[in-house]
Design a protein around this ligand. Structure first.
Ligand code: CMC
Length: 440
């Protein structure tokens, strides 16, 4: 007789246990009852990189990695990319529905209301080294907002949460642009609230002496579309950081700082920067075969390929690749695209990549389009962070409203020595273990 539970036989003791199955999951805590003796702690799950552990329930984003499907609140990403604006998608991700005309107007006005940052933030950014990476600046500036808005501590207060969400989404482009202009040694440009979300960012990045900056409509739309594609991606590394920090009831700005830090890594949002460096190093299409050989023997990774969840073509990569061709009509062709398409062609028919189900991910083509649009490389992860702020905050908001939320606190498998006698200084022998090489 089928039933929605799982029976486990512990071969150490011969005992049987039945644990309920809900939404295709068992609760790890239900394993704790499985013990060899009364003083046994009980069975734990071991899953250091969350390969097969759901860390939360979420109604925001759905991914079917085998089929290459991504949906936000039920809407396929390709439809949102074709028909929506970034601020509409941010609203959808946050609040569950596409906004009505009136709601959208209110939402956009609300965001525009908060685009300026306190002048002391400028001073903070001024203090950074002249060539500081803008992601490092963004981590600090986002965290610093916590000190300007102490009311953000009221994470249990719905009104305060909504205020911080609007503030953070509105201010992130301003912080990002200031970080960029600092590195360029150029004066900061204040937000222009006549412009769209993406248009205003272009204004703050690239305005020179003109009285009024007019964004190129093709680039403005392309940037907005790239923001849509990066808005949320369920429980990825940085979102997990956001939720984990937020679970201690830290305010959203310091949680955002942690999430931006997680995004900075080359295995996550830093991958598009790494992918461009890789394409530059390869240099030409005829070097692709040699490069692939090096990847296969483990010398390095093919950046922008592979994904923990997608075992198929990342749907965002498909959209970016198609959009790149449209952008090139305005900007001129980025020659790196030819190396990238050749890499993709060769990799997708190579046994190494086929057997491991490695396909292009969002970062494979995003750097190429950003480069053609005129963004400097260190800004790529920053652009990712601006867009993902909506997703981080949606996940944070959902978590704050979830009655099942408790502080995130994983267990460990202790592998150190058992209790032993203290060794006085004069009797110690140096036994510093050799450092293992890190994983490529
Ligand atoms: N190039 C070459 N081999 C790879 C790659 C790659 N890009 N990705 C995975 N593999 C191999 C890996 O060596 C391993 O092989 P083996 O089984 O022989 O040891 C196998 O595929 C499984 O890899 P893994 O490291 O266990 O996979 P993971 O799920 O832990 O890592 C990943 C996922 C995205 C970190 C990884 O695929 C990677 O490093 N990709 C390159 C960096 C990148 O493009 N990151 C952007 C991810 S998408 C956007 C985002 O998250 O921000």
């Amino acid at each position: 007789m089928p039933s929605n539970d799982l029976t486990i036989t512990d071969n150490r003791t011969g005992k049987q246990y039945t644990v309920p199955i809900e939404n295709g999951t068992v609760r790890s805590l239900d394993l704790r009852q499985i013990k060899t003796s009364a003083d046994d702690f009980g069975l734990l799950g071991y899953d250091p990189s969350f390969d097969n552990t759901a860390s939360c329930k979420s109604a925001i984003t759905f991914i079917d990695g085998d089929k290459g499907i991504l949906r936000h609140r039920g809407y396929p990403i390709d439809e949102l990319a074709a028909k929506s604006t970034f601020l509409e998608v941010a609203y959808l991700v946050l609040y569950g529905e596409l906004p009505t005309k009136a709601e959208l107007a209110q939402w956009e006005a609300n965001i525009k209301d908060h685009t300026f940052v306190h002048e002391n933030i400028r001073k903070l950014i001024d203090a950074f080294q002249y060539d500081a990476h803008p992601m490092g600046i963004l981590v600090s500036a986002a965290g610093a907002l916590s000190t300007f808005y102490p009311d953000a501590k009221n994470v249990g207060n719905a009104e305060s949460r909504e205020l911080q969400i609007a503030r953070a989404i509105a201010k992130m482009p301003t912080l990002a642009a200031y970080a960029y202009r600092h590195r360029q040694g150029q004066p900061y440009v204040y937000p222009d609230n006549d412009l769209s979300y993406a248009g205003n960012l272009l204004n703050m990045l690239w305005k020179k002496g003109e009285l009024k900056y007019k964004p190129n409509p093709v680039l403005e739309r392309a940037l907005d579309l790239l923001f849509i594609l990066h808005a949320d991606h369920e429980q990825n590394c940085s979102t997990n950081a956001m939720r984990s920090i937020g679970s201690s009831q830290a305010d959203p700005y310091v949680s955002l700082a942690g999430a931006i830090g997680a995004l900075y890594g080359p295995l996550h949002g830093g991958a598009n920067e790494a992918a461009i460096n890789m394409l530059r190093r390869i240099g030409s299409k005829d070097k692709v075969n040699d490069f692939i050989k090096g990847v296969k023997v483990g010398n390095e990774r093919l950046m922008g390929f592979g994904h923990r969840v997608y075992k198929n073509y990342d749907p965002r990569a498909k959209i970016i690749r198609a959009t790149a061709e449209q952008v090139f009509e305005t900007t001129g062709r980025n020659p790196l695209i030819d190396i990238a398409t050749e890499l993709e062609r060769i990799a997708l028919q190579d046994e190494y990549f086929i057997s491991r189900r490695l396909y292009p991910n969002v970062d494979f083509y995003s750097g190429i389009i950003y480069q053609a649009m005129g963004f400097s490389m260190e800004m790529y992860p920053v652009l990712f962070a601006i867009a993902r702020t909506s997703g981080w905050l949606a996940q944070w908001r959902e978590m704050q409203m979830d009655p099942q939320t408790r502080i995130a606190r994983p267990r460990q498998v202790y592998t150190g020595p058992p209790v032993r006698a203290y060794v006085p200084l004069e009797h110690r022998n140096s036994a510093k273990p050799a450092q293992p090489a890190s994983k490529k």
